[in-house]
Design a protein around this ligand. Structure first.
Ligand code: RRO
Length: 327
């Protein structure tokens, strides 16, 4: 195959554009028993907070007819244990860590960024400002442009590596939120976090989740994620975007690149198939090859430019014929 999957995000080079999504592979150790994590674009670690945290009440997972609901609630070891155990394991293993951080105040995000600042080997920081499972919805910073900007600006000022902001689809104007965090210094965007949802148990007559609401993920939210990537890429075509939401196949990944993402993160698919990532990487390579492309970068945002009309003489929607039709 003549395809080179090398992907550059905010000036940082990765072997390929397929990453784990935060929260779906912890810090990569369990996943590594199924998939060599050094072959991935990178491992986006579970959002870490300043202190250890138990998370929300159980049950915390619910399968629905159209996606998975989770209400983990930022369970985790806290930054000290993360820096002592998880990050060293990833670095010694030779993986590329993207460290996701979450806080309940600008000060907490600042301290997390400062704790990471002098650690070598962190490829990117993902600022999670969009966890749907916080007790106080006022702490979903990504729902408020000024709060989102304040967090991102603090992390940017205290980081040495590029900072990506992870946004929520649960807003009326995602482009406005993107603009706020980009103006505050974000180097890239992760689109999207889960959507706030609810499942009811008709037996117990109660919500299924202990926390009542949870984040919906999986293929059900892929069209929403694609729409968000599309809108944000249209407004900010030079900004690198991770496309996240229901990626299960190389074709899904291709669709995100066409909408304007430069890379994808895979989450929910890993619960059913922890070997999905190398398959998705292979399928994406094949999909690009079949279209006569040699690098993923050649197709980023292409759906914004491709003509609706495909020349009748050949099934070559990305080749010379379509470019001619596009004028
Ligand atoms: O921990 C969670 O419950 C969680 C987080 Br931090 C997030 O960003 N998105 C999500 O669906 N769950």
């Amino acid at each position: 195959m003549a395809v080179d999957l090398t992907t550059v995000l905010a000036g940082v080079e990765f072997a390929n554009p397929v990453f784990t999504a935060s929260g779906c592979a912890a810090a990569g150790q369990e996943l590594d028993t199924f998939t060599d994590v050094t072959t991935l674009g990178g491992v986006v670690t579970k959002s870490v907070m300043r202190l250890p945290r138990a998370g929300r009440p159980t049950p915390r997972m619910a399968e629905t007819a159209s996606g998975m609901l989770n209400s983990i609630g930022l369970q985790g070891p806290g930054i000290e244990a993360f820096l002592a155990n998880d990050l060293p394991w990833l670095l010694e293993r030779g993986a590329r860590p993207v460290v996701s951080i979450a806080g309940s105040s600008v000060q907490e995000y600042t301290e997390l960024a400062q704790a990471l600042r002098d650690v070598d080997g962190v490829a990117l920081i993902e600022v999670n400002i969009s966890c749907p499972n916080v007790e106080d919805r006022g702490h979903v910073f990504a729902c408020h442009p000024a709060s989102a900007a304040a967090v991102v600006s603090a992390v940017r000022r205290n980081s040495r590596v590029p900072v990506f902001a992870k946004l929520s689809p649960d807003v009326t104007d995602i482009v406005g939120i993107a603009e706020a965090v980009l103006t505050a210094g974000a180097n890239g965007l992760s689109l999207i976090n889960t959507m706030l949802g609810l499942a009811i148990d008709p037996g117990s007559l109660r919500p299924v989740l202990g926390a009542v609401t949870g984040g919906l993920s999986g293929p059900a939210i892929k069209p929403v994620a694609l729409r968000c990537v599309w809108q944000v890429h249209a407004a900010f075509p030079d900004v690198p975007i991770f496309g996240i939401g229901g990626v299960r196949t190389g074709t899904d990944a291709l669709e995100f690149l066409l909408a304007g993402a430069s890379a994808v993160q895979v989450g929910t698919a890993l619960f059913g198939d922890p070997t999905a990532l190398p398959r998705i990487m292979d399928e994406l390579g094949t999909a690009l090859d079949e279209r006569g492309l040699t690098r993923p970068g050649e197709i980023v945002g292409r759906a914004h430019r491709s003509p609706l009309f495909v020349a009748p003489e050949g099934p070559d929607p990305l080749g010379d014929a379509s470019l001619r039709a596009a004028g």
